[in-house]
Design a protein around this ligand. Sequence first.
Ligand code: SAH
Length: 392
Amino acid sequence: MTTIFLKPKKEESLLRFHPWVFSGAILRTEGKPKEGDLVRVVDKDGNFLALGHYQIGSITVRIVSFDERDIDAGFWNDRIRQAYEVRKSLALVNPEYNNTYRLIHGEGDLLPGLIIDIYEDTAVMQAHSVGMHEIRQTIAEAIINNIPEVKNVYYKSEATLPYKAPITPEDGYLIGEAGGDYTALENGLRFHVDWLRGQKTGFFIDQRDNRSLLEHYANGRSVLNMFCYTGGFSVYAMRGNAKLVHSVDSSAKAIELTNKNIALNFANDNRHEAFAEDAFKYFSENNQKYDLIILDPPAFAKHRDALRNALKGYKRLNAKAFEQIKPEGILFTFSCSQVVTKEQFRLAVFSAAAESKRSVRILHQLTQPADHPINIYHPEGEYLKGLVLWVE
Ligand code: SAH
């Protein structure tokens, strides 16, 4: 196995369990690792620090273990079982009420580069590193061995692996095959999930708790769910007795999914209407005002270079919402851009509020749910930020 020696003092972040080694920290390499290989990381004197997957780029090693042990089938079984036990003890595994949850959330579950979402009997797995790609079959077997409900494992990494890596991943089932149309259960509500064609693993599980909060505030209100995708917030607003729910998304496929999900839970209920329309166009061409608006846009900044424009985008979007929200309205506003900090997002929303000259109070500060945990040693993992505002 290749050994990577770190420069003096560069071992400190690993001793504090930060799971990445940057290229600038490396003193020398003993061996010729290929991208995806397991490597040993040691300090300048050769003292063991960690084991991780080697990759080409500024993050050179992603740590999978701070213990010196075999990274074999037993290791993957242990990690998958531990993650499952945590989800079970958080009451997320319940066939009658909730069978949809994230099993592995990368660094948050001490497995950088790996995402696994569970939809009842099917696991959808995404690798973000070549190391995780290479070990995919062993991971799939560990899922089947440790989670009695799961029968199928679908691998979906064509779009997530580093595009320069010398591999040609193919999406497909690693184990089993789920048939036909599929519905997932989240907090007692049903959703069509299409991991073959949908975005990410097919459903945004990370908004589960925030959707529940919205349900509490929907009673008697007119609701606009902007960037609705599968209509998650809309379905909760309907159960929360909203007076009217409008869902908007620029993708016609998303609108079709939203309508299907509303029909699945609230057949023949005419409180809901969906529009395939660009968000800014909808706001500027529609004079309708709402009691409650949700803004959950896609990540405006995927890289640090895009940060300034992203912050402008958040400000512009939120300014539109402040214009179209009724007095005593409630705004749920989110950012899922990892490079935008909580403070930067809040400042963008603050600027939009100030422009509107309306009195605005923060009711809640939201983040991602318990099955998307943040490794305390890796604060970069906190990507979802939300504010619930009272707008006078
Ligand atoms: N709120 C959703 C997730 C939103 S994902 C949930 O709870 O599951 C972001 C969505 O924004 C995608 O469905 C995408 O199609 C849509 N979108 C992207 N750009 C848009 C635009 N300019 N106007 C409207 N919708 C847009």
